[in-house]
Design a protein around this ligand. Structure first.
Ligand SMILES: Nc1ncnc2c1ncn2[C@@H]1O[C@H](COP(=O)(O)OP(=O)(O)O)[C@@H](O)[C@H]1O
Ligand SMILES: [Mg+2]
Length: 272
């Protein structure tokens, strides 16, 4: 299962991706949290220090590895079949929160038809993780939409599009939903984040209704989470309001339930 988390910059993608990955480990899954943001910071959310994070070499920027996998004796000629199991053993980093972390690095032009060596290694890796190893892969994506070329999403089965009530976030969310649908991702939905009240929740529901977008769930604004972002403090699960909401999201994703909210009526079709 591969779950991608996307949305405008600053809406909470990394927090949600990291928390989901952690919760999937707790429920007994093997999980790879894959940081696909060119400015990666998922490591901190999973409890690694800045120093530990700085030592991780992103896969796509690891020239030695890419050459080892795809190089041939002929310049400009790349091998397209190679093994990737050793990449997971050697380059995924265990984290205090539980998931193994891999940092993808910048892959220029991930569109279909791009056969640059780094891209083929990343693609082969994603395929191997999902198809051969049956891992839960949580992809923390780059802000915005540029990276969502048609070739990117091959193994993504669920696209979580995080948004707040801000118009700009919602517009970007709508575009991501459209591109995800064009990429044949079958489960696509919004997650409203940092909700402080019914006005914000209603704005998201109204926008979703008008544009026929599904809503997975709403996550309240949680002062502890905001503070954790500033000071690095821990979030206390017993008193956090955001974590239970992400927990419910993880449950339904894992159970493969249809958690789609009827965007027109705003009625949830599942037992949230
Ligand atoms: N539900 C929430 N309540 C309060 N603060 C939040 C919530 N979700 C995310 N944040 C905070 O918002 C900031 C941006 O979140 P982040 O996950 O880094 O966004 P992104 O990855 O989309 O750029 C972080 O400081 C994070 O702690
Ligand atoms: Mg982020």
């Amino acid at each position: 299962m591969m779950i991608a988390v996307s949305g405008k910059g600053g809406v909470g993608k990394t927090f949600i991706a990291g928390t989901l990955a952690t919760l999937f480990v707790r429920s007994g899954h093997r999980v790879i949290a894959l940081d696909a943001d060119p400015s990666p910071n998922l490591a901190q959310t999973l409890g690694l220090s800045f120093d530990e994070a700085a030592r991780i070499v992103p896969i796509a920027e690891n020239e030695q590895l890419i050459r080892l996998k795809t190089g041939t004796e002929f310049s400009g000629v790349f091998r397209l079949t190679f093994t990737v199991d050793d990449i997971i053993d050697n380059y995924s980093v265990p984290t205090p929160a539980g998931p193994h972390l891999m940092v993808m690095g910048t892959v220029r032009s991930m569109g279909a038809g791009c056969t640059c060596p780094a891209n083929s290694v990343v693609k082969a890796l994603l395929r191997y993780l999902v198809v051969e190893r049956d891992e839960v892969v949580i992809l923390d994506m780059e802000a915005g939409i540029e990276h969502l070329g048609r070739g990117t999403a091959e193994h993504v089965d669920t696209m979580i599009v995080v948004t707040d009530a801000n118009r700009k976030s919602l517009e970007i969310a709508r575009t991501i939903c459209r591109l995800a649908a064009e990429s044949n991702i079958h489960r696509i939905g919004l997650v409203g984040n940092r909700i402080t009240g019914s006005q914000q929740e209603n704005a998201i529901r109204l926008f979703a209704g008008k544009n026929q977008l599904n809503i997975f769930t709403m996550i309240p604004y949680d002062q502890q989470v905001a503070d954790a972002g500033i000071t690095g403090s821990e979030v206390d699960e017993k008193t956090s309001s955001a974590l239970p909401a992400i927990g419910r999201l993880a449950d339904v994703l894992a159970n493969n339930d249809d958690i789609v909210t009827n965007a027109r009526t705003g009625k949830e079709t599942t037992k949230f």
